[in-house]
Design a protein around this ligand. Structure first.
Ligand code: ACO
Length: 424
């Protein structure tokens, strides 16, 4: 297949094909409006590629996900989150020296300004930690630059600062919500260890790490590290396209992630499973409600995957191992497994190609780790951070980059004249 030709009355417009190295090619329609006076209409951008990107590849029909060419299954099994973050950000796996430098540079920023802590103290007890995280990342920018435009020579500094500070800010949001003291990060601890201890530790006693939990969280962060042009990443790119700095762009990404149709689904899944348990009507009754459109099966369906989400398959193995090992029997896991099985064998879900997505089993693991539901999407955000920064950087380095500015099709009133107040 080559270029396409679009005809519009007497206008014959050649649409050049933009070639992908894998997956869908795209037709370049940038001249369409100028040549025909008409625009395109694509609700939810289902058929629109907004950029070229070399970071992540997804084949949704085949259930394939690769970061910089490496299959997610291999990365989840063999790499650490820090190696994967480096890979996503810089394009190659780090050697030992590069990884050491990356870890040290990030550790240099995990201690945050004491004044930034005050922001958390001014928030009410039990504040949801997700908007607090976004607010804290926005605030972080005020501790770095007086000029709202980032110094383009210090992108690595901004990358290390965000990677270093975000787990600390996330843990402080949680500590604020439960009224416990905020702990300092330690240079001697790994990225995940620091986050776990700052979340669950108290100053009065040493924190007893559980290696199984550390490893499981590391894998979960890897699975969330990037997912090409999803809602939050597109938000980061759109905000960044105006020239806004990487901190405030990432904060916007956190807000986009919070919605239940996106990252907020992990919280919604656990609430759904708890509802099914409480309701007592069983899985079949809930599935019937979904088919009657009275409810949505949270953690199912995906804009891109029309097959099993490869991340969900990995999470499911870990959920099964961790939950069964810890509790021997987990009622919510049993409900989730029955729900998945029922849905996958039901024509409603089969016809629509609805499969479990990454969020279906993650909440169960987060809960087993001791996190409350409010923290689930925050954990997703920590994982997605390298992806957001990588996309912001990729876009900023692209010489063809333009400010993002979609068109609309106006369907409001035709021109009419102003009516004075006493005549309305
Ligand atoms: N439960 C029941 N029906 C569903 C579901 C679901 N979870 N998802 C899609 N459908 C149905 C729709 O009702 C629609 O049916 P119809 O054609 O008869 O009207 C059909 O499947 C297609 O669905 P769309 O909404 O058009 O799919 P879209 O690509 O716009 O939405 C989305 C994708 C938002 C993920 C959707 O599947 C959904 O809401 N899922 C539940 C929320 C969720 O788990 N989100 C997390 C996604 S992964 C992530 O962001 C990390």
């Amino acid at each position: 297949m080559g270029n396409a030709v679009f005809t519009h009355g007497a206008v014959r417009l050649e649409l050049p094909m933009v070639r992908a190295t894998a997956g869908n090619n795209g037709y370049d329609i940038t001249k369409l409006l100028a040549r025909t006076g008409e625009t395109t209409y694509d609700i939810g951008f289902g058929s629109t590629a907004a950029c070229k990107s070399a970071i992540t590849f997804i084949d949704g029909e085949a259930g394939v996900l690769r970061y910089r060419g490496y299959p997610i299954e291999q990365l989840a099994e063999k790499a650490s989150f820090m190696e994967v973050a480096y890979l996503v950000l810089y394009g190659e796996l780090p050697n030992a020296e590069q990884l050491d430098y990356f870890n040290c540079a990030i550790n240099g920023y995990h201690l945050i300004d004491e004044r930034l802590k005050e922001m958390f103290r001014s928030a009410p007890r039990r504040s949801h930690p997700m908007p607090l995280l976004a607010a804290a990342i926005n605030s972080l920018s005020t501790f770095v630059y007086t000029n709202p435009l980032i110094d383009p020579t210090d992108l690595d500094g901004a990358t290390h600062r965000l990677m270093g500070a975000v787990p600390t800010l996330a843990a402080y949001g949680y500590k604020n919500s439960i009224g416990q003291p905020m702990l300092y990060p330690l240079d001697s601890e790994s990225y995940v260890e620091n986050f776990i201890r700052m979340s669950f530790g108290v100053p009065s006693r040493p924190y007893p790490f559980d290696e199984e939990i550390i490893k499981a969280l590391d894998v979960l962060l890897i699975l969330h590290a990037d997912h090409e042009q999803n809602c939050s990443t597109s938000t980061v790119r759109l905000v960044g396209s105006s020239g806004a700095n990487v901190y405030v762009s990432v904060a916007a990404g956190v807000n986009a992630l919070s919605g239940p149709l996106h990252g907020g689904a992990n919280q919604a899944v656990l609430e759904m499973l708890a509802h099914i348990k409480r309701d007592g009507g069983g899985v079949n009754r809930f599935v019937e409600k979904v088919k009657q459109r009275e409810a949505k099966l949270m953690g199912f369906g995906h804009r891109i995957y029309k097959n099993y989400d490869p991340r969900a398959a990995i999470v499911k193995q870990h959920a099964d191992a961790i939950l069964r090992h810890r509790t021997g029997h987990d009622e919510l896991l049993d409900i989730a497994l029955t729900l998945e099985d029922t849905a996958l064998n039901d024509p409603y879900f089969q016809e629509r190609k609805l499969y479990p997505n990454v969020d279906f089993y993650t909440g169960l693991i987060y809960q087993a780790m001791g996190f409350p539901v409010d923290m689930f999407t925050v954990l997703f955000a920590i994982g997605r951070l390298p992806g957001w920064i990588a996309h912001w950087r990729e876009q900023a380095a692209d010489p063809t980059m333009k400010i993002g500015r979609p068109r609309q099709i106006y369907v409001g009133q035709a021109k009419r004249d102003f009516v004075p107040l006493d005549q309305r």
